[in-house]
Design a binder for this molecule. Sequence first.
Ligand code: 5GP
Ligand code: ZN
Length: 114
Amino acid sequence: MRDCLFCKIAKGEIPSEKVYEDDKVYAFYDINPEAPTHFLVIPKEHIESANDLNDNNIDIVSHIFKVINKLVVELKIADAGYRIINNCGEDGGQTVKHLHFHVIGGRSLKWPPG
Ligand code: 5GP
Ligand code: ZN
């Protein structure tokens, strides 16, 4: 989608620090990390938020979780644990309107969030 920050990042039009890429997803480090390890996994297809998942595009979510499963091992946070977060919409605190999953780890995280 034109003028979408994460579409531009996925296409390499805006630079980012890549963690992983395949034909369906792109993973990159968050510019403002909340923990020693903080990366985002996004579909290359523009999907605005979790509200826009449906029978035609829901398979991307299982693919994203498979990718996360592999990356947390590579980044050595799998055993200690980590958090996967999707912020959806205004009240959910979603600031970028392209579906993304935060993966945050490398320190003990507090719960509940604010
Ligand atoms: P949200 O609040 O929408 O769930 O998360 C958006 C995330 O994207 C934030 O954690 C923010 O730091 C990150 N972010 C925003 N702009 C950029 C950018 O240009 N590059 C990278 N790498 N991360 C970004
Ligand atoms: Zn987009």
